[in-house]
Design a binder for this molecule. Structure first.
Ligand code: ATP
Length: 233
């Protein structure tokens, strides 16, 4: 569904990605794990057209997307949920969802797309007129994910969904992602929390200093002593 080949990103003299290749199959959840500064956010920004990059990014049914504007990339079915569930704090829950719907490609009308989201996240349906900035951390992450879903993405990119959340809320957020995974959504899950990410994903990639150093089935990575020592403690 998503194929990334030899992706390179530099910020002046700093090489953030040095030729990364990875794939996410239709309906698959794939984890990308790595430490601070390894290049995870740069990869997501490059996919979404937010930083310039070389290489190739292809979405099934759409073709190569590198070099397109972020707006066109969103239209092509890719949707990113930013680190820590950034939402528009000064807007209501409803307005946040409307932004997601307007920039997406749902075949449903707005009411239908919202109802679909409320089936997954009933809490949001009860808080439509609440300002997003007054939601709890977990609810904000829920809204950020729902805002992406109302645009009917073919691939969902999740950037550190557990970032900055209390452990009990992290449990809730991973339960939400598990629901999406078992619903057959195609997901690239970028996480520092390798243990949790690999427990959900079928496959994983480990990135260090801008390069993929190990890839494989999640069970295989979770049993690899180098991964356990470096990321799973
Ligand atoms: P984190 O988990 O801390 O968010 P990350 O794995 O997402 O880290 P990136 O944010 O992609 O890593 O950063 C990769 C490298 O690129 C780092 O060395 C970082 O300092 C550098 N970098 C990122 N953005 C810029 C920028 N705008 N200008 C210069 N260097 C940058």
């Amino acid at each position: 569904m998503l194929t990334i080949t030899d992706l390179k990103v530099s910020y002046g003299a700093i090489k953030a990605l040095e030729g990364v290749s990875l794939t996410v199959g239709r309906g698959e959840t794939v984890a990308l794990v790595g430490a601070n500064g390894a290049g995870k956010s740069s990869l997501l920004k490059a996919i979404m057209g937010l930083v310039s990059a070389t290489g190739e990014v292809t979405v099934e049914g759409t073709g190569p997307i590198l070099g397109r504007s972020p707006h066109k990339i969103a239209r092509s079915g890719l949707r990113a949920v930013p680190e820590g569930g950034a939402v528009f704090n000064g807007m209501t829950v409803r307005e946040n969802l409307q932004v997601g719907f307007a920039s997406g490609a749902s075949r449903l009308d707005e009411a239908g797309a919202f109802d679909d989201a409320f089936l997954r996240f009933p809490k949001l349906g009860q808080r439509l007129d609440q300002l997003a900035g007054t939601l709890s951390g977990g609810e904000r992450q829920m809204l950020a994910i729902a805002r992406a879903l109302v645009g009917a993405p073919s691939v969902l990119l999740l950037d550190e969904p557990s970032f900055g959340l209390a452990p009990v809320v992290v449990d809730e957020v991973f339960a939400m992602i598990e629901m999406l995974t078992s619903g057959g959504l195609t997901i690239l899950l970028v996480e520092q929390n390798a243990r949790r990410a690999l427990s959900l994903a079928s496959r994983g990639y480990v990135i260090e200093q801008g390069s993929i150093v190990v890839e494989g089935a999640s069970e295989q990575l979770s049993a690899d002593s180098r991964i356990v020592d470096a990321y799973l403690g």
